[in-house]
Design a protein around this ligand. Structure first.
Ligand code: BES
Ligand code: ZN
Ligand code: ZN
Length: 469
């Protein structure tokens, strides 16, 4: 639930039932009650950093929730640290977004008690000017879309099909200037999107290709002719449940695979956010959506698929389905003559092996683009780390029946995320492109002061990237 933010001149204006926050270098965090007024003394490090600040703001909310406080109040200046070179506006946006981010819990399927769910309902902030207020409210709007991304991703697999995801995309941009077009299987046949169709074949649910178009940049004029500014295209993996297909996943790997559409969810709500904030940019979202099921109609190991690009894909493992559907989506993206393409996918378990759960893996052949994405990640808390994608890796995915295999030669056990990336590269070479393998950041980890389940990554990063690009 998103909280109400109220700005006051002084904290004295807050009522007694409010939890007051005081930040300072203490030995520990503690809540002290004096004359009926509760104050949370939040411990902070002497040398504050941006990374620690994200955690601190979230800890304040987590602790308030811990004692079921519904109202809290703090002074903005408490979060201004001398050791940091952070402007007021940046700090405001950070606080605004982290408050709501930390307040979130997925309760859609829980029965409420009489007292209701345990959310902070109101925050009173003093010590701000109009500019800071605006920044805080902007952060609040960003978090709203991040939290909606989490709710979409957290939906159980039985209640999230390609059809429902397409419906959710339309709902997300209702009353906003974003056009949503949904291709069904017949239309995809016409477009020769055999890669997406093959992966979705085993499911009773119809596969969908969701297209979202936002044209916020004015038209450009060259030699008297009007043309659109080249768009930023976001491509999100929308596997609504990944059983692995005929290469069925082992039992303990199946749980959580309802979230295999997290990349798609992030794209949907980034578009909603960009439109809400009226950014003067052209942004396109493409979401290939399928359910990867094991049935008599499933695609098989050994199948060779002719993708939309004309290149063929030799299926070595039906569980490496994400890269197959993304191949067609990346091909489709070229229709827009994009300025840059960013794909976001819960693509490989190997990314977790490489990085743990603390950063998404990114891949690109463009140094500058890599730097921009890394910076946006660091500034927003959607951390990323670049892995190599050298052309030598292509040797291990050359097919014997088809052009490219969807898994690397099994005499080599390692580097799974890189092979997935180098596979995608075959369908977008020559274009400015970055691939974000967000499998490591699909769910929150302990100690992040966040509810378990989906994280809504990398909506904040994408928004910052689009804003500044
Ligand atoms: N959706 C999974 C990757 C995944 C795993 C995401 C864990 C989030 C958490 C993907 O489709 C997959 O199954 N990848 C395989 C590829 C392999 C068969 C080459 C993997 O990572 O094991
Ligand atoms: Zn899979
Ligand atoms: Zn998958």
């Amino acid at each position: 639930m998103n909280m109400k933010i109220t700005f006051k001149n002084s904290l004295k204006e807050a009522k007694k039932d409010t939890l007051f926050i005081s930040v300072g270098p203490k030995n520990k965090d503690e809540i002290i009650k004096e004359n009926g007024v509760k104050t949370l003394f939040l411990k902070c490090e002497e040398k504050m950093t941006l990374r620690k600040l994200f955690l601190l703001v979230r800890k304040m909310v987590a602790m308030a929730k811990g004692i079921k406080a519904e109202k809290m109040a703090f002074d903005f200046s408490d979060f201004k640290f001398k050791s940091m070179k952070l402007g007021d506006v940046e700090l405001g946006e950070l606080i605004g977004s982290q408050l709501d981010f930390a307040n979130y819990e997925f309760v859609e399927y829980k029965t409420s008690t009489e007292e209701g769910f345990n959310f902070v309902k109101e925050i009173i902030i003093s010590g701000v000017n109009k500019e800071i207020e605006k920044a805080i409210l902007k952060g609040h709007t960003i978090a709203e879309e991040v939290n909606k991304t989490r709710t979409l991703a957290n939906m159980p697999g039985g209640d999230m099909t390609p059809q429902i995801l397409a419906q959710k995309a339309k709902e997300a941009v209702k009353n906003l200037p974003v056009k949503v077009t949904v291709l069904g299987e017949k239309e995809m046949e016409k477009q020769k999107m055999r890669a997406i169709l093959s992966v979705g074949h085993g499911s009773d649910e119809e596969s969908k290709f969701i297209i979202m178009e936002y044209y916020g940049a004015g038209k450009k004029e060259t030699r008297g002719e009007q043309s659109r500014t080249k768009p930023i295209v976001l491509v999100g993996k929308g596997v609504t449940f990944d059983t692995g297909g005929i290469n069925l996943k082992p039992s303990n790997s199946l749980l959580g695979m309802n979230m295999d559409m997290s990349g798609g969810a992030a794209v949907i709500h980034t578009l909603a956010l960009v439109a809400k904030m009226k950014l003067k940019k052209n942004v396109i979202g493409l979401i290939p959506s399928v359910e990867n099921m094991a049935s008599g109609k499933s695609y098989r190991p050994g199948d060779v698929i002719r993708s939309m690009s004309g290149k063929t894909i030799e299926v070595l493992n039906t569980d490496a389905e994400g890269r197959i559907i993304l191949a067609d989506a990346l091909t489709y993206s070229q229709k827009y003559k994009p300025e840059v393409v960013v794909d976001i996918a819960t693509l490989t378990g190997a990314a977790l092996v490489a990085l743990g759960e603390r950063a998404s893996a990114i891949f690109t052949d463009d140094e500058d683009l890599s730097k921009v994405i890394e910076k946006a990640g660091e500034e927003t808390g959607d951390y990323v780390w670049r892995l190599p994608m050298w052309e030598e890796y292509e040797n291990e995915i050359k097919g014997s029946l088809g052009d490219w295999t969807n898994d690397h030669n099994k005499s080599l056990r390692y580097g799974g995320s890189i092979y997935a990336a180098i596979f995608l590269y075959q369908f977008i070479k020559g274009h400015k492109w970055v691939h974000i393998d967000m499998a490591p950041r699909m769910t929150a980890m302990q100690g992040e002061n966040l509810a378990g389940g989906a994280l809504g990554t990398p909506v904040r990063l994408l928004y910052r990237f689009i804003e500044e690009y």
